[in-house]
Ligand binder design. Structure first.
Ligand code: KE4
Length: 432
């Protein structure tokens, strides 16, 4: 690996003009140490940095690039759209095409509104649930991330009713107090909150298969029990599939676990790498949304023609080529090999996988919730991360992120990744 000289110089300059030198905190490498490579380009499964290094990429922009970097069907669609103008502030046929495609792929959605980020989608979904039910409280799960809107930057406070406390300065106490947080995979804790506050709860918002504490899978029957609980109390169920949509399966985790939410949030893959996210659901609920209904939500670049073109191209290719099923099979092979490599090195890991997503947790026991995830051996993760990077394998720079594969990842890429992991796991073992 060539030294990151140019990246370090650019990072120093970036820090003068951009907080932390990055436009999203996780990219700063703060949790693993060291400086991030600055990227020159992506192609297929590869990233190339400005210092001349090539990496096999398992970040894939934190999920969007299901087909890999710069897939021709996407880049050609975007180039053609750009030649017709980049934004109109007026309705276009492409928005109808993508809306119909999304509603076909996610049948629980009768209608959908396009926005520009997952944050915007979940923020709008919460407002919609409150508008539809006339209730104030929202329930979320500790360790689930839904973007950075105030109501969702809240963690569990002390006290029986787990009233929220701000997770960030700038979030007011009043905002936090209507967000209740409970541990994931703990049904009794959720039942207790509903027993105390059920009539005030507008909705639960949840990642059905959380990917923001690393990949954590719901226990058998847990999602069904949540659905029944919301129906019992007249609360809505908002399923945040910004990450799991078109990643866990073509129909998202709701199709895998046979759950019908009231509202679904999508993002990442839906835009093929351009800024598209969406919220949608039952017609009766979506008719509350302006201009049809009184709940206001708007956006200058929502439904942007370039982003629509990228999303249509990516989802159409995905659907016509059975991409999700193919990646599920390939991911199983890769993660079995990674688990075997760790076992051979005597390093205790958990390697949960779902569709085209996986996490390598440095933990002796199964990771079922945020407490389990934060108990992982973070020093071991750092050694693993940097060894893999040095060997040309680009992983998310945090134990609490999910890895992604793409259609562009070849058998050769996987073989190289497993060989690099053998070296990395040996380094972890030697550090003990
Ligand atoms: P954005 O606002 O970042 O587009 O989406 C927020 C969001 C909402 N819901 C889920 C389930 C998500 O995973 C996300 C964003 N995911 C992170 C990855 N952990 C984005 C990476 C980043 O923050 O830079």
């Amino acid at each position: 690996m060539k030294s990151l000289t140019e990246s370090a110089e650019l990072f120093a300059e970036a820090k003068q003009f951009i907080p932390g030198g990055v436009n999203s905190p996780v990219r700063s490498f703060r949790s693993v140490g060291g400086n991030p490579p600055f990227i020159a380009k992506g192609a297929g499964s590869k990233l190339y940095d400005i210092d001349g290094n090539e990496y096999i990429d398992y970040v894939l922009s934190y999920g969007p690039l299901l087909l890999g970097h710069a897939h021709p069907v996407v880049t050609e669609a975007v180039q053609a759209a750009a030649a017709r103008g980049t934004s109109f502030g007026a309705p276009t046929g492409a928005e109808v095409t993508l809306a119909k495609l999304v509603c076909e792929l996610v049948p629980s959605m009768d209608m959908v509104r396009m926005v520009n980020s997952g944050t915007e989608a979940t923020m709008s979904a919460i407002r919609l649930a409150r508008a539809y039910t006339g209730r104030d409280c929202i329930v979320k799960f500790i360790g689930c991330y839904h973007g950075h809107s105030d109501a969702l930057l809240v963690h569990a406070g002390s006290g029986a009713t787990t009233f929220g406390v701000p997770d960030s300065p700038g979030v007011t106490k009043g905002t936090a107090e209507t967000t209740l947080s409970v541990p994931f995979n703990d049904l009794p804790a959720l039942e207790k909150v509903f027993a105390e506050k059920g009539k005030d709860i507008a909705a639960i918002i949840m990642e059905p298969t959380p990917g923001n504490m690393g990949l954590v899978l719901p226990k058998d029957g847990y999602l069904q029990a949540i659905r029944e609980l919301t129906q019992k109390y007249g609360s809505l169920l908002i399923i945040d599939e910004v990450m799991s949509g078109f990643r866990s399966a073509q129909g998202g985790s709701q199709s895998l676990y046979n759950i019908e939410p009231d509202i679904t949030c999508l993002g990442k893959v839906i835009g093929g790498g351009l800024p598209v996210a969406a919220y949608g659901g039952k017609r009766e609920i979506m008719n509350k949304v302006s201009p049809v209904g009184p709940m206001y939500q708007a956006g200058t670049l929502s439904g942007n023609p370039l982003a629509m073109a990228a999303g249509i191209a990516a989802l159409t290719y995905m659907k016509e080529n059975n991409v999700c099923a193919t990646l599920t099979k390939r991911n199983a092979e890769l993660t079995d090999a990674l688990k075997e490599a760790a076992n051979t090195a005597g390093v205790p890991v958990q390697v949960p996988r779902l569709g085209s997503m996986f996490t390598v947790f440095f933990s002796e026991k199964e990771v079922n919730n945020y407490d389990d995830a934060t108990a992982c051996d973070l020093d071991a993760f750092r050694i693993y991360f940097h060894s893999m990077l040095e060997q040309g394998i680009y992983l998310p720079p945090s134990q609490f992120e999910t890895n992604f594969i793409s259609l562009a990842h070849s058998e050769e890429d996987f073989a190289k990744t497993v060989e690099a992991a053998k070296v990395a796991f040996r380094k972890v073992a030697e550090s003990k």
